[in-house]
Design a protein around this ligand. Structure first.
Ligand SMILES: [Cu+2]
Length: 258
């Protein structure tokens, strides 16, 4: 009986690990990775997941073994301990080392995506010349392009609601802003998430590797309408991008006459 009980206990983690291992085959895993740094993020995710999985498996096997071993009927008395300095040192040191390993392993990727030093300096779009400003507000996304003069905040700025159109295979730098509360710009396919803070202009960059239309969602609970704060990032060819800008300009300055 106690063998069956121990094996049943073990069945739960085995099923859990099995689910993780086969999740991708069932489409229960991440959406495809479509930015230049997305594979690095996925690698970090897997790295941490394997560390956690190893700990989980060792713990569960030990637990089942203890349940089996110590559930036997015995007549000897229980032993009470009052702390072990050595043991506490060990189980403090091991997680500390694990956290340090994670911290050092992710540094390069984090710096490449978030630090000023990692931002693209070549090409059409840089921190000095961003492609657009993306404004988050309760509960929508708006994109403001600089227009012909290439400068944001002037009269020829073009504004588009909902959609943020960018060229494919090009470094995109944009400025993220908020009109009201904290929001978070999140496109799962790019593995990129950045909070938008009121009063701050935050530069963000990515390079999308596949044309398509991707969900832009708010990843920060920002009020009653948070669930419907959706947008789109449309990744198109360079020619389509120029055509889109021209079209936007024609509509913007036509006073409604098309
Ligand atoms: Cu929001």
């Amino acid at each position: 009986m106690r063998l069956i009980a121990s094996l049943l206990l073990l069945a739960v983690p085995i099923l859990g690990v099995y689910t993780f291992m086969t999740a991708a085959d069932h489409d229960w895993w991440f959406p495809p990775a479509y930015s230049t740094f997305a594979p690095d993020i996925d690698w970090l995710f897997d790295f941490i997941m394997y560390m956690v999985a190893f700990t989980f498996i060792v713990t569960e096997v030990a637990l089942a073994w203890f349940v089996f071993k110590y559930s036997a009927k015995r007549n000897d008395k229980g032993v009470f301990t009052h702390g072990s300095h050595k043991l506490e040192m060990i189980w403090t040191a091991i997680p500390a080392v694990a956290l340090l390993v994670i911290a050092f392993t992710q540094m390069e990727t984090f710096a490449k995506i978030k630090f000023a030093s990692g931002f693209p300096t070549q090409g059409r779009f840089t921190r000095e010349k961003p492609i657009a400003q993306v404004w988050a507000s309760q509960f929508d996304w708006r994109t403001r392009y600089p227009g012909d003069d290439g400068v944001l905040g002037t009269v020829d700025d073009l504004e588009a609601s909902y959609e943020f159109v960018v060229p494919v295979n090009e470094d995109i730098v944009f400025e993220l802003r908020s009109r009201d509360v904290i929001h978070s710009w999140f496109v799962p396919e790019f593995r990129l998430k950045q909070d938008a803070l009121p009063g701050h202009t935050i530069p963000v960059w990515f390079n999308a590797t596949k044309e398509g239309s991707y969900d832009l969602v708010c990843a920060e609970l920002c009020g009653w309408g948070h669930y419907k704060m959706s947008g789109r990032v449309r990744v198109v060819s360079a020619q389509e991008f120029d055509a889109y800008q021209a079209d936007l300009k024609a509509k913007w300055f036509s006073n409604g006459k098309e």
